[in-house]
Ligand binder design. Structure first.
Ligand code: HEC
Length: 172
């Protein structure tokens, strides 16, 4: 009984402390200030667990033929390059101001994700970050084409880099 009362008091004290921290306005919300490492690690852990729980366990049904890759590249150019950039292409100034930052999608930790996880992220977006949901505006097939292109992104050719805007200055 005494143990249970102790636990309840502990929970109440923690809840009150959390409330006062939030109510005090001390919690940082500026995009210009990077989060501490505890917040970054906790948020990434929760994000990865949430994505892996929800992502479909499917391999890409559109395959990776030339048509799918071309379609995927067109979508990537219009919808993604401004924030994520691409090999040979810098993100726009909008993309550079994001916090959390929009990662380089050729990174190993991104490419390690399953096809289903990449599909889920592009379809649903990531709340409280700049990553938009493309499900409301894109058909499932189009999202799978984007996923096919994401897989190809680390090894794109110089022609494909150019098609994504490599060699152009901001404002061109
Ligand atoms: C307005 C900016 C913006 C646009 C446009 C955008 N993203 Fe993102 N994206 C982000 C940000 C910011 C994150 C990081 C979210 C986080 O870490 O919590 C992200 C994360 C991701 C991730 C997860 C990376 C990881 O950590 O494993 C993938 C995959 C992704 N985006 C793909 C895309 C694709 C594909 C498109 C285009 C269809 C796109 N994004 C368009 C901002 C953007």
């Amino acid at each position: 009984m005494r143990f249970l009362a102790g636990v309840l008091v502990g929970v109440a004290v923690l809840g009150a402390a959390a409330f006062f921290l939030l109510a005090s306005g001390l919690f940082e919300v500026a995009a210009a200030v990077p989060p501490g490492s505890l917040e970054t690690h906790l948020a990434r852990f929760a994000l990865d667990r949430s994505i892996s729980r929800r992502a479909p366990n499917t391999t890409n049904p559109v395959g990776k033929d030339a048509d799918a890759l071309r379609e995927g590249r067109e979508h990537y150019k219009d919808m993604c390059v401004a924030c994520h950039g691409a090999p040979g292409v810098d993100p726009s100034e909008v993309g550079e101001g994001l916090n959390p930052p929009a990662p380089d999608l050729t990174l190993e930790r991104v490419q390690r994700r399953s096809d289903g996880e990449l599909f889920w992220i592009v379809q649903n977006g990531i709340r409280m970050s700049g990553m938009p949901a493309f499900g409301p505006t894109h058909k499932e097939r189009q999202i799978w084409e984007i996923v096919a292109f994401l897989r190809h992104l680390p090894s794109i050719t110089p022609e494909e880099e150019k098609a994504l805007g490599a060699g152009k200055k901001d404002g061109d």
